[in-house]
Design a protein around this ligand. Structure first.
Ligand SMILES: Nc1ncnc2c1ncn2[C@@H]1O[C@H](COP(=O)(O)OP(=O)(O)OP(=O)(O)O)[C@@H](O)[C@H]1O
Ligand SMILES: [Mg+2]
Ligand SMILES: [Mg+2]
Length: 620
């Protein structure tokens, strides 16, 4: 790459435009001039003009963020419209005659108050370019100031990944030139990272490919501290907006050994790392909120080369921002490489990109090697010394790790592993905390603490997961905090569930109340008043009324009754439960639903079939 003249560099820093092609970026896109101006003005004290621009851009940035769930829906719609059928991923984990190798690099934003080398505050979704120190934009004369607090979440993360913490580690400069990196190099820990030789154990319940068996262990080669880059938001007309709030945020880069053999296992690994980091409070947010990004390195070799110890040439797909993207991109890249090799070609070491919903990875550039990055120790930074006392203190004060928590949710409350894992993954750990809050309130209200029957806990889990999920397509609409509070106060959901558990209201009424709280129609703490005001208390109809309804709905259902008769006569093995529920549904529609319990309707109907209708059929 050609060197940058001082004139060009100053134009870049002060106007954000480059006159010479191939200097800062091969395509010479325009960088919105005000972005850099604004960051510089903000450093000196914000002007009102800058603030207005920042607000406009903040709104625009928010508008461009498309939540994963919406993207998935759009993708499904597009696929449906195209008439194509998607290959089942479960059947697409391996290609006969070929072996896949994947190594993953995960970049996770650490949960700290300050940037890695400046005292500027870390900020997320704040006004763009409002937390930028001179060092962050590489102002000449500014120097890095290591913020030792960063070590706390970093060491916690490395311990959760089973790593050995290194007593001495050092910072290196990794050079590459891009607008999102004002210094022209990133400070990282290439030669001497602060943590090495970890491992993550994945179980079948974590969603690994069946071919990996019940459990698979993935080695972590190293974990290093490094700076984040500025955030780029693409605008129409090849304009890019830059937010330097993100530049210099502390990241850990977690680098695995090339030991992953299946796409589903790769996605499960990233999911597990997100959970592990969340469980020790090391990470700001998960993939959906942009706090965690993954690069996957993919290579293939023929099955008969597996014993040689030589791996195929790797390509790297950068910046994947969902578990689904990890799995889909690996499948697509594996298939591309196999097609190249089967056609007699060679796989080139490349950096490639992936967009959600696509079926192919696309080439971005040739893969940079060690020589391209011109690594060198950073002369402005001394070594990082981590004492054994800090490590042992953090190791002993670490919370419950995810595997132990899933076991406890399954053993203590009887939750399925799927529900336990979903609760733990949602809202960056906020949903499971919400579940604990609701459960605590519910047990207090019902006087059930320590009860052996955990029906109420399963009820709470079901509602925290499924009923809350129905309120909105967007999990973000719930405004869940990591402390486990949201638009539905935990005490209000507990109040609704308490009445439901005691059968004082029906499930239908409970669901209506939940919507009422979500929309603000039921005031905070006002669940009981809302039930009073709507006369929604459950006054169940009598057994005779249920019987009368049962008698009415079986009229004209001779074919259905014939099925019960065939079961009774032993002509079919399975009880016709579906038919029974069909009749229960008819009863619920025919009667006053607010005063009926489907379980009572089912019980009475079943008894009448056994005791009255079938004997009458046999006799006739
Ligand atoms: N042949 C291969 N096939 C698949 N993965 C590989 C192969 N060789 C190495 N890897 C994986 O590639 C990753 C290399 O990451 P590392 O950070 O060391 O280098 P890099 O990708 O060149 O650096 P960066 O992307 O940070 O600039 C590791 O996860 C490693 O396991
Ligand atoms: Mg790397
Ligand atoms: Mg890499």
């Amino acid at each position: 790459m050609s060197c940058v003249s001082t004139a060009d560099l100053s134009r870049y820093l002060l106007i954000g435009q480059v006159s010479r092609r191939g200097c800062l970026y091969a395509g010479s896109p325009r960088i919105a001039a005000y972005t850099l101006f604004r960051s510089i003005r903000q450093i000196r004290g914000a002007s009102s003009h800058a603030a207005t621009l920042a607000q406009v851009s903040a709104r625009a940035v928010a508008a461009t963020v498309s939540p994963l769930r919406k993207q998935l829906k759009d993708e499904a719609r597009a696929l449906k419209a195209s008439g194509k059928k998607k290959k089942n991923k479960a059947d697409n984990q391996a290609v006969p005659g070929w072996e896949l190798t994947v190594g993953i690099e995960i970049h996770a934003q650490l949960n700290t108050a300050r940037k890695l080398f400046s005292p500027a505050a870390t900020s997320f979704n704040d006004v763009p370019n409002s937390h930028v120190a001179l060092f962050d934009v590489a102002m000449p004369g500014s120097q890095p100031l290591f913020q030792p607090d960063t070590l706390i979440p970093a060491v916690r993360a490395a311990l959760a990944l089973g790593c050995a913490i290194q007593p001495v580690s050092r910072f290196d400069r990794k050079h590459y030139f891009h607008w999102d990196q004002p210094a022209g190099y990133q400070i990282t820990q290439y030669y001497e990272p602060f943590a090495r030789d970890g491992r993550v154990v994945l179980h079948a319940r974590d969603g690994i490919a069946p071919a990996d068996g019940d459990r698979v262990e993935i080695g972590i080669r190293q974990v290093q501290l490094e700076q984040d880059t500025a955030k780029t938001t693409a605008q129409p007309g090849n304009v890019h907006w830059l937010d330097f709030n993100r530049v210099g945020l502390p990241l850990v880069e977690i680098i695995t050994r090339p030991q992953i053999r299946h796409p589903a296992t790769a996605a499960a690994f990233v999911r597990k790392v997100q959970m592990l980091l969340g469980s020790v409070d090391a990470c700001v947010s998960g993939m959906e909120a942009g706090g965690l990004r993954a690069d996957v390195n993919v290579s293939v070799r023929r099955a008969d080369e597996a014993g040689t110890g030589r791996l195929g040439t790797r390509t790297e797909i950068k910046n994947l921002s969902s578990f689904k993207a990890v799995e889909d991109a690996i499948i697509a890249e594996r298939d591309r490489q196999i097609a190249v090799l089967e056609a007699g070609g060679v796989v080139e070491g490349e950096t490639r990109g992936w967009s959600l919903g696509s079926t192919e990875t696309r080439r971005l550039r040739g893969k940079e090697g060690e020589a391209d990055y011109r690594y060198m120790p950073d002369p402005d930074l001394g070594p990082v010394v981590i004492g054994e006392d800090l490590v042992s203190h953090l190791a002993s004060s670490t919370g419950v790790l995810p595997d132990a928590e899933v076991d406890s949710l399954m053993d203590t409350y009887g939750l399925s592993s799927k529900d336990a894992l979903s609760l733990m993954l949602l809202d960056d750990g906020g949903r499971i905390q919400y579940f604990y809050n609701v459960l605590g309130e519910l047990e207090r209200g019902l006087g059930l603490a320590g009860a052996s029957d955990q029906r109420h806990a399963r009820l709470a889990a079901n509602w925290c997961l499924h009923e809350l999920g129905k309120l909105s397509d967007l999990s973000s609409d719930l405004c869940m905090t990591r402390d486990g509070e949201c638009r539905i106060p935990s005490a209000d959901l507990a109040a609704i569930l308490s009445h439901l558990h005691r059968q004082e209201i029906t499930a239908r009424v409970a669901k209506d109340l939940l919507w009422g709280v979500f929309r603000g129609e039921v005031s905070v703490g006002g669940v009981a008043q809302a039930i009073d005001a709507g006369s929604l208390w459950f006054h169940e109809i009598s057994e005779q009324d249920y019987s009368r309804l049962a008698d009415a709905v079986v009229q004209g259902e001779d074919r259905v009754m014939g099925e019960f008769l065939r079961f009774k006569q032993g002509k079919v093995k399975a009880y016709p439960q579906g038919k029974l529920m069909f009749l229960v549904g008819k009863m619920m529609r025919a009667g006053p639903e607010q005063q009926m319990d489907p379980a009572s309707a089912e019980r009475v109907l079943r008894a009448r079939i056994e005791g009255v209708y079938l004997p009458a059929l046999v006799a006739s």
